[in-house]
Structures are given as structure tokens and as C-alpha cells.
Design a protein around this ligand. Structure first.
Ligand code: HEC
Length: 113
């Protein structure tokens, strides 16, 4: 078999990109925005992606919350990030909008292995 020429590869790549549904692209953008919000709001001071710091790792949180089921997981994350966890160093984040909380939850849940 002859190796594929460049134009053929480009056509294949284009077909692949066009085949990815728009919904998936929007979801990916939300996850990236969630990651940026976590950075901006200094969550990494206390949480690492892997390994416990002052708080549990985001990977562990993803597993814990994902176990609640899809609808519940996002709601519970929104609630905890908004209100904080009383009696622990986990602060409330009253300045985050509902849309921002959803993006943060999407990013955390995307870390589920
Ligand atoms: C000053 C340290 C600190 C900062 C900053 C912080 N957290 Fe936490 N967070 C903690 C600790 C400690 C816990 C564990 C609380 C517990 O014992 O239940 C926690 C728990 C959580 C939980 C799980 C709550 C539960 O019910 O199990 C989530 C989700 C979370 N943090 C997300 C975030 C996000 C998102 C941010 C940034 C907006 C953030 N945290 C900022 C310390 C922090």
C-alpha cells in the first residue's frame, strides 16, 4: 500500500474535526474555563490535582462526587464550593456565579479516571 499523501491526511483530519459534535466542543470549552477559574480563585493553594495538600486532591474529589451520579455530582460540587465546608479550612466562595460554579464542577468531574 502507498503511504497516504499529505492532502489525504489533511482531508481525513478535517473530516474528523467536523465530525466532533458541537456539544462536545462546548463541553471542552467549559472544562478549560473551569480549570482557569480554579487557578484564579487560588484553589491550588490547598488542593493539588494528585496528592493531598491542605485539602483532598481534585482527582480524589472527582471520584467521590462522580459516585453520586451525574446530576447530583454537579449540584453537590456547586453547593460545597459556593458555601465551603464549615469547621474546616475550605472557604465559601460567594463571588462565584452559578455558571462559574458549573464550569468548576465540570472541570473537577473531568478528572475522574
Ligand atoms: C484554605 C484552603 C482551601 C482553599 C483555598 C480551597 N479549599 Fe477546598 N477544601 C479544603 C479542605 C481542607 C477541604 C476538606 C474539608 C473537609 O474536611 O470536609 C476542602 C474540600 C473541598 C471540596 C469537597 C467538599 C466535600 O464536601 O467533600 C471541594 C469540592 C473543594 N474543596 C473545592 C475547592 C475549590 C473549587 C476551591 C477554589 C474555589 C477550593 N476548594 C479552595 C481547603 C481549601
Amino acid at each position: 500500500m502507498k503511504p497516504l499523501r499529505l492532502p489525504a491526511l489533511a482531508a481525513l483530519a478535517t473530516a474528523f474535526v467536523l465530525a466532533v459534535p458541537a456539544a462536545h466542543a462546548a463541553e471542552t470549552a467549559d472544562i478549560a474555563a473551569g480549570r482557569a477559574l480554579v487557578q484564579q480563585h487560588a484553589c491550588f493553594t490547598c488542593h493539588a490535582i494528585e496528592g493531598t495538600k491542605i485539602g483532598p486532591s481534585f482527582t480524589d474529589l472527582a471520584a467521590k462526587f462522580a459516585a453520586m451520579g451525574e446530576g447530583k455530582a454537579e449540584k453537590a460540587l456547586d453547593q460545597d464550593v459556593h458555601a465551603g465546608v464549615k469547621g474546616t479550612p475550605m472557604p465559601a466562595n460567594p463571588s462565584l456565579s452559578q455558571a462559574e460554579l458549573d464550569k468548576i464542577a465540570d472541570w473537577i468531574l473531568s478528572l475522574k479516571k
